[in-house]
Design a protein around this ligand. Structure first.
Ligand SMILES: Cc1cc2nc3c(=O)[nH]c(=O)nc-3n(C[C@H](O)[C@H](O)[C@H](O)COP(=O)(O)OP(=O)(O)OC[C@H]3O[C@@H](n4cnc5c(N)ncnc54)[C@H](O)[C@@H]3O)c2cc1C
Length: 213
């Protein structure tokens, strides 16, 4: 019985110099774009404004963006969600954000570029219409991709997102009996403490099977 786990942020982040994701990779480097506001953002609290990028995975799953935008209200009263020219994402975000206690703005202008601001985590968004808006920081969760070359022959079923393996609680057994997937590879909640907890449960599941109880 063998089980390993891993996911990684798309290599493409650093591969396409003209893409938004390339900028995101650079901005991560400069600590300007945060993918989790439970882990990051507190140090920047009180910034004049925050931009939330509803692109890629965050456009595909607007519920994720909804959570991020509401999280961002902890750190600034001025939060804008950018839907990058997508009418459908704009409509979804308008509906999801209609019940916030504090208003969250939604901007549907197509984005052409992100530029690093001069101080702290500041970052600017440049739009197709030539205008630019500077924010204290951006929020964006990138898509994950599994590194499953080692397990291709196991035919493990994936979650609909495609970024995780399908596992069953509480022991995180995959669709292949006897193969467990602990941590990021089997969960959309990618944080260290969750990975530790899943690992502990998987270990128990493995022992149960090996000892036959
Ligand atoms: C930029 C970034 C910032 C983050 N910030 C935070 C944070 O502030 N707080 C927080 O809680 N979480 C944070 N996370 C998430 C956290 O890092 C993950 O949830 C956690 O590392 C998942 O642990 P894991 O063991 O499931 O997977 P991993 O840490 O990805 O470990 C998988 C391991 O498997 C190895 N591996 C892959 N393929 C093979 C193979 N074929 N053979 C052998 N080994 C292999 C990999 O090299 C890797 O070492 C962050 C993640 C990223 C990418």
């Amino acid at each position: 019985m063998e089980c390993r786990s891993s996911t990684h942020y798309l290599d493409q982040i650093l591969c396409h110099p003209e893409s938004l994701l390339y900028c995101f990779g650079l901005l991560m480097h400069y600590l300007s774009s945060f993918h989790c506001l439970f882990c990051h953002g507190y140090e920047e609290r009180g910034v004049a404004s925050i931009g939330v990028l509803a692109i890629d995975l965050m456009a595909q799953v607007p519920q994720i963006t909804n959570g991020y935008a509401r999280n961002a209200l902890q750190f600034s009263d001025d939060v804008t969600v950018y839907t990058n020219g997508s009418e459908s994402v704009h409509a979804a975000m308008t509906s999801l954000l209609s019940t916030t206690a504090k208003a969250i703005k939604i901007d549907n202008r197509p984005i052409v570029r992100l530029v690093k601001g001069e101080k702290d985590a500041e970052v600017g968004i440049q739009f197709e219409d030539g205008s630019e808006i500077m924010h204290g920081f951006l929020v964006h969760g990138p898509r994950n991709e599994m590194d499953l070359d080692f397990a291709m022959d196991l035919n493990l079923e994936k979650m609909p997102s495609g970024g995780e393996l399908k596992v069953s609680p509480p022991f995180n057994e995959t669709t292949e009996p006897g193969c467990f997937a602990a941590g990021d590879i089997g969960s959309m909640g990618k944080i260290v403490i969750a990975g530790l907890a899943y690992g502990a449960f998987s270990a128990m599941g493995v022992v149960k099977q090996l000892q036959g109880y």
